[in-house]
Design a protein around this ligand. Structure first.
Ligand code: ADP
Ligand code: TRP
Length: 323
């Protein structure tokens, strides 16, 4: 099975990206018979960020995160979309020309993002078409993403089906989304979806003191220390339960219910759990961030490896138009 997923280089990788996309994709890539295409969607990034230095630094952090969680770049494919921009954008154009305008105009993500922006650029509007090109270019079958991306994958399926019917040939594979329902949407420190753009995220690779500071900012209600608290309404508890074992979660639930256990205690426990849970990944992340040449080398090797696949798909597509 061919797995593919991308992450924008619009910020540092956060807990939501890690649990929603990075870890599920790496787990899938380890299974026998699977091969994974994991890439940095740095062309998509330009819809919201145009500062080269920031894009570069975010790219290194995201790549270091994939590597820190043990992504095997020899067996799989690891690359930047921008290094294959000619292929991605050419396919995007062909897809643009078969995509109905209302499909893009009605996309949730476009409506949400454009409502928050003072200046809405055309890239934001055609974003799902570039995403479809990312997927179809490599004949990907399974796309592990967070729940918020479901509609983009549906649109990709629509475009692939429309194109195949027009060509009267199976030019594209119709991909499926792999959405981990148990992970769903990771809440940020304010209870909304954890997101770079909302600045409500937890960066698990921060030095200890800064990580603790971020965790302490998690919002909670004003129930007094001695009172019983509702774990299911609390963000710290939700985050704790995502990482803890069933026994640890049951114990924490008991602490909340019995009273005399404050949110401060729960945050300290979450901090300790995070350090434990991510200890190895944090060490590896630091190693790669301090060795950017090694990251560069792995990406460059991946880019060489994917190019013939992209070229073959485009040849198939161009032949339909006698180009
Ligand atoms: P952000 O929303 O922070 O800008 P991206 O859009 O780059 O993050 O998302 C990269 C991947 O991480 C996508 O597959 C997305 O679904 C997943 N993801 C992002 N935020 C979350 C979250 N809060 N919960 C679960 N998955 C998430
Ligand atoms: N749009 C995705 C996001 O913001 C990132 C992305 C770009 C992607 N191209 C992709 C995800 C292709 C999966 C497959 O999260």
């Amino acid at each position: 099975m061919r797995i593919l997923t991308g992450i924008q280089s619009s910020g540092k990788p956060h807990l939501g990206n890690i649990l929603g996309a990075i870890l599920p994709a790496i787990e899938l890539s380890k299974q026998d018979g699977n091969e994974s295409f994991l890439f940095i969607a740095d062309l998509h990034t330009l819809t919201s960020l145009r500062d080269g230095d920031q894009i570069r630094s975010n790219t290194l952090s995201i790549a270091a995160a994939w590597l820190a969680f043990g992504f095997d770049t020899e067996k799989n494919y690891f690359y930047r979309q921008s290094k294959l921009a000619a292929y991605h954008t050419e396919l995007m154009w062909y897809l643009n020309c078969i995509t109905p305008f209302p499909m893009l105009a009605n996309a949730h993500s476009f409506k949400d993002k454009s409502a928050q922006m003072a200046q809405v650029n055309a890239g934001l509007f055609t974003y799902p078409v570039l995403q479809a090109a990312d997927i179809l270019l490599y004949d990907a079958e399974l796309i592990p993403v967070g729940k918020d991306q479901r509609q983009h994958i549906e649109m990709t399926r629509d475009m692939a089906g429309t194109f195949n019917r027009m060509a009267q040939k199976d030019i594209f594979i119709i991909p499926e989304a792999a959405i981990n329902e148990s992970v769903m949407t990771i809440p940020g420190i304010d209870g909304n979806k954890m997101s770079k753009s909302l600045n409500n995220y937890i960066d698990i690779f921060l030095p200890e003191k800064e990580l603790l500071k971020q965790i302490k900012k998690i919002e909670s209600d004003s129930t007094p220390l001695e009172d019983s608290k509702n774990p299911d309404a609390d963000i710290t508890f939700k985050l704790f339960a995502l990482l803890a074992t069933a026994a640890e979660t049951a114990e924490m639930r008991e602490n909340y219910l019995k009273g005399g256990y404050g949110y401060g205690h729960a945050k300290q426990a979450l901090y300790e759990l995070m350090l434990r849970y991510f200890q190895e990944a944090r060490e590896k992340f630091d190693f790669y961030i301090n060795n950017p040449d090694l990251i560069e080398e792995k990406l460059a090797a991946g880019e060489t490896k994917v190019e013939p696949i992209a070229a073959a798909t485009l040849a198939r597509v161009r032949s339909i138009f006698k180009f």
